[in-house]
Design a protein around this ligand. Sequence first.
Ligand SMILES: C[S@@+](CC[C@H](N)C(=O)[O-])C[C@H]1O[C@@H](n2cnc3c(N)ncnc32)[C@H](O)[C@@H]1O
Length: 215
Amino acid sequence: MKKTAVKPSKTKTQSFYDRIADVHNIALRMNGYRASVTKYLRSLDLKLNERSMVLDAGSGTGIVSLGFADTKLPHQGLVAFDLSHKSLELANEEFRNARIDKRKFVTIQGNVLETPFADDSFDLVLTCGVLEYVSLDEGLKELSRVLKPGGKLVFIPVKPSLVGSMLELLYKFKIHPVEDVKRISQRYFNIVGNHEFPIREPIAWSKTIFLLEKP
Ligand SMILES: C[S@@+](CC[C@H](N)C(=O)[O-])C[C@H]1O[C@@H](n2cnc3c(N)ncnc32)[C@H](O)[C@@H]1O
């Protein structure tokens, strides 16, 4: 008997982001988020070179990837990775329209808990607003697996705050308490620093930054 191909069903989160990707993308572009990410990344000594590979885990529509592109830091390629097809479609459109070396920016769809990458693939991993959808332990474990020893993880979680709580309701995620972020990060990384964005930048109202290094 001929087998019928069955499409894997979308998770609730994937369907949600496929639906809201357009609006979410417009909202993100209005609040200086990209510039804040660029400024922060430029302040770091990331030790990247022309062979460095970068992963934006849970890239959504690509704002953090574009923030990285604006730093002009050397790299061989950047993978924007996300569950939502629609968000990645928009990320591709943004990459096509941006003044960047487009050949270096690719998108891959998948689950951050089961990425298709080999161990020690990336020199730098950026992740913002995605680990709130998964077990923090499993998410950090997977990101540590794909990062090279000595590589950095720039982890930008949503922090407990008034704006954070509003986003939690709007975007249907769960903020991880800062104490959990610290405790669980230490299982897989050395914590290099916990920084705050300058308070006049809107991103500071809802996000904090953990700079982690894989031992
Ligand atoms: C709040 S958005 C953040 C997007 C982007 N990093 C930013 O800062 O604008 C959360 C993103 O995480 C993605 N996401 C949620 N769960 C995921 C998972 N298990 N694996 C991969 N991506 C996931 C969603 O599709 C969505 O694009």
